[in-house]
Design a protein around this ligand. Structure first.
Ligand code: PLP
Length: 382
């Protein structure tokens, strides 16, 4: 067990990020950003090609999907996916059980795309039987959108059951896989979906600054002219890349170089299986350690994705999250506030370039902070 009184720092003397992203990256990933590339440089074009091909391979999508990278954070990719692939006369059903589902609804509202939401509470998976009924009752619904791991809570939604129902009804599925992509298995050979969006800086452990959408080329072809946005038009971005190998507007060259390195490290770790295994061990250690201190997690284990853990705030009035955050931060670990409508909580992430040692270090720092605050009972309000 690391000494909790001594600050622990990453190899580049940064605190460890136990957050939903941006995350701790490896030294080599940061090192990869120390070079300038021209966007027409053969080295950059080759890196770009390899990144796109590797991302498609992660979902076994070589025969079915293409990769369209996009500048910006993950939300830009989600907005581009919805705006490009849901036609103006289409209708989207958004399955909501947290902030990222609501964000997709806000995106559709801004773009003036017809949509409805099907909502379950934040600690309840999306309702597959209700989805089945809803699609049966509304033939005008063309698309369904799902957040795979709802990062608001860390809840794992039943992606393959949702995909089966959507396919049975002949509708199309769009997935926000931001916080699960590359940590949990998804195969385009066994799960039917039109497109999946994710970003460089979550489970692939790259630098923030670009997202990507893996989409069926036929869907992209049909989507010409759909997008209400010039810069978030995935059809145009895809056509440009296929024709000229160029991103339409200035590419985030340093971010792409870092992502290229991050993907090499992901592959060396054993791909999805290897990464998923490390995160699962992180999550197990974290949940067991928190429970041993008397904390309660929001979710039961069977709904918990190995990504981020939501912890219910203790009832003890001496517990103060900003103080806990500051004390734990001084010891080298960054926690994250909660984002729940109904329950007071905070969050601890299990992803990024961290392992059991960092999780144990953070647990020890939390324990010490509790002692300093004089909190003896971590049980949440009844
Ligand atoms: C992180 C995340 C996003 C994108 O967030 P950005 O802050 O725009 O990168 C979208 N959906 C989910 C589920 C996420 O975890």
């Amino acid at each position: 067990m690391p000494d909790p009184r001594k600050p622990s720092l990453s190899p580049t003397n940064d605190p460890w990020l136990l957050t939903p992203g941006p995350l701790t990256t490896s030294p080599a990933v940061k090192q990869a950003m120390l070079h300038d590339y021209g966007s027409r440089d053969q080295a950059f074009i080759a890196m770009n090609r390899r990144v796109r091909d590797s991302l498609v391979a992660i979902i076994d999508g070589q025969a079915s999907h293409v990769c369209v990278p996009l500048q910006g954070s993950g939300t830009f990719a989600v907005e581009a996916m919805l705006g490009t692939l849901v036609p103006r006369n289409g209708k989207l059903l958004i399955l909501v059980n947290g902030a990222y589902g609501h964000r997709m609804a806000a995106i559709c509202h801004h773009m003036d795309r017809p949509f409805e939401i099907a909502e379950t509470p934040e600690n309840v998976p999306v309702d597959v039987a209700a989805l089945d009924r809803r699609l049966g009752a509304d033939p005008a619904m063309t698309h369904v959108a799902l957040v795979w791991c709802e990062t608001t809570t860390g809840l794992l939604n039943p992606l393959s059951a949702v995909a089966d129902i959507v396919a049975q009804h002949g509708r199309r599925l769009l997935i926000d896989a931001m916080s699960a992509f590359a940590a949990l298995p998804l195969s385009a050979k066994t799960t039917a979906f039109d497109a999946v969006a994710a970003s460089s800086n979550k489970c692939l452990e790259g630098a923030p600054g670009m997202g990507f959408v893996l989409a069926r080329p036929t869907s992209l072809e049909q989507a010409k002219g759909n997008s209400p946005s010039l810069s978030l038009d995935l059809h145009e971005q895809w056509i440009g890349l296929e024709k000229t190998q160029q991103w339409r507007f200035t590419p985030p060259t340093h971010v792409l170089a870092a992502f290229h390195q991050a993907i090499a490290e992901f592959e060396a770790e054993g791909g999805v299986a290897g990464r998923g295994k490390r995160y699962t061990a992180n999550c197990r250690t974290l949940v067991d350690g928190l429970r041993a201190m008397g904390f309660q997690t929001l979710l039961p284990d069977h709904l918990q994705a190995p990504i981020i853990v939501t912890v219910r705030t203790p009832a003890d009035p001496r517990f103060d999250f900003p103080r806990l955050y500051e004390r734990v931060r001084q010891r080298g670990y960054v926690l994250y506030p909660g984002k729940l409508a109904a329950t007071d909580s905070f969050r601890v992430g299990c992803i990024g370039q961290i392992g059991i040692e960092q999780i144990e270090g953070a647990l020890a720092a939390i324990r010490l902070a509790l002692d300093e605050m004089g909190v003896v009972d971590c049980a949440p309000p009844k």
